[in-house]
Design a binder for this molecule. Structure first.
Ligand SMILES: Cc1ncc(COP(=O)(O)O)c(C=O)c1O
Length: 373
């Protein structure tokens, strides 16, 4: 082990220090109010986040996973329906489809962005397909033009999974405002995060919003007058208050992430056997992750050696969802996804990561991968 300081994959310290006074004030305000679940603090957050996104309705829920489940239920997606999802994402994207009784249908990704391939999605449409869930993976928008056209032609709903891309945009439109509904996560590692679990459904559709609000509170619009089997999926006032403290900084933090990404790209360019992330025209990337590909079967060795040097990295994701035993589709072969699971490596990334830290990470990777000859 090196004597140098350890570098984690994510350091929340600088972000929390920047808003420390606001977080303390938020805590005191909520404790003084004695109102801990939903209530004025959650309503204020919902108004502020709706204004930020430019969407009619924002509904605070328990987690990003619940946001997906509630959005699908509110859109009346259920048993007998198929929903097209990428297999290269966090499990919750497909899990939510299964949780509402529908069937996730996996379509391959675009190797350049790691996002759902519109061509593969088009090929996966059947008469039972009801929706597509584009995931804006690692902070970069999926191709919402092509997916939007496909959805219109085939009369499908788009449910955006914006868990990793708060503040990102597609052709100037904030992610989460393009589809019929969108799900956000405020899990502590996300670009906008709380201090526990939290999530949000965004939609312009009044009916979908009303159904989501009903479902998050045990299927009741009026307490004790339950009309559907719903969920206990209410956002806590404390989490909403913490999120209100951070929301005004999120654009600056995303800008700093882009700057950090550009530094990595400068420091790592020309390294043989390494493919750096690219931003698609039209996408405003918010670099939730800076994810490279390590070619020639050397990813695991590079990761282990970095670990030995005190540098934390992560493999998002080591297993394709269509290859999980819970989704037994042994015959399904999705080559772009399968290659990505063997090659991707996410490097240390947070808004205030220091250039020296990035130099240390990059120098080590350069040594391991070797310069272009
Ligand atoms: C792409 C994606 N979808 C959904 C989720 C689920 O969010 P949560 O952990 O808040 O339930 C996450 C993150 O954890 C995610 O990264």
């Amino acid at each position: 082990m090196s004597n140098e300081q350890q570098i984690p994959i994510l350091d929340l310290g600088p972000e929390l220090a920047e808003v420390s006074a606001e977080l303390q004030a938020a805590y005191k305000r909520v404790v003084a109010s004695r109102h801990f679940i939903l209530g004025p603090e959650v309503e204020a957050f919902e108004r502020e986040v709706a204004a930020y996104l430019g969407v009619r309705h924002a509904i605070g829920v328990n987690s990003g996973t619940d946001a997906l489940v509630l959005a699908l239920r509110a859109l009346e997606i259920g048993p007998g329906d198929e929903v097209i999802v990428p297999p290269f994402t966090f499990f919750a994207t497909a899990e939510s489809v299964s949780a509402v009784g529908a069937t996730p249908v996996f379509a391959d990704i675009d190797p350049e962005t790691f996002n759902l391939s519109p061509e593969a999605a088009a090929a996966a449409v059947t008469p039972r397909t009801k929706a597509i869930i584009p995931v804006h993976l690692f902070g970069q928008s999926a191709d919402m033009d092509a997916l939007g056209t496909l959805a219109r032609e085939k009369k499908l709903l788009l449910v955006e999974d914006v868990a990793q891309a708060f503040g990102g945009a597609w052709r100037g439109r904030k992610l989460g405002t393009i589809g019929a509904a969108a799900a956000f996560s405020f899990f502590p590692s996300k670009n906008l995060s709380c201090m526990g679990d939290g999530g949000l459904v965004a939609t312009d559709d009044d009916k979908v919003a009303e159904a989501t609000r009903m479902l998050r509170a045990h299927g009741s619009r009026r307490k004790y007058f339950n009309e559907a089997i719903g969920y206990n999926s209410r956002l806590d006032a404390l989490q909403a208050a913490f999120l209100r403290a951070k929301l005004p900084r999120v654009d600056e933090w995303n800008r700093a992430r882009r700057e950090a990404a550009a530094r990595y790209t400068e420091l790592l360019s020309g390294v043989k056997g390494l493919v750096l992330p690219r931003t698609r025209a039209g996408a405003e990337h918010v670099f939730h992750q800076y994810t490279v590909r390590v070619l020639d079967g050397r990813r695991d060795r590079v990761q282990t050696t970095l670990q030995e040097a005190g540098i934390g990295t992560m493999v998002y994701y080591p297993k394709a969802l269509h290859q999980l035993p819970i989704y037994p589709q042994a015959s399904l072969h999705l080559p772009n996804t399968e290659a990505a699971t063997h090659e991707v490596l996410s490097l240390p990334m947070w808004p205030r990561i220091a250039r020296e830290t990035q130099v240390r990470v990059s120098d080590r990777i350069r040594e391991l991968a070797g310069p272009v000859r």
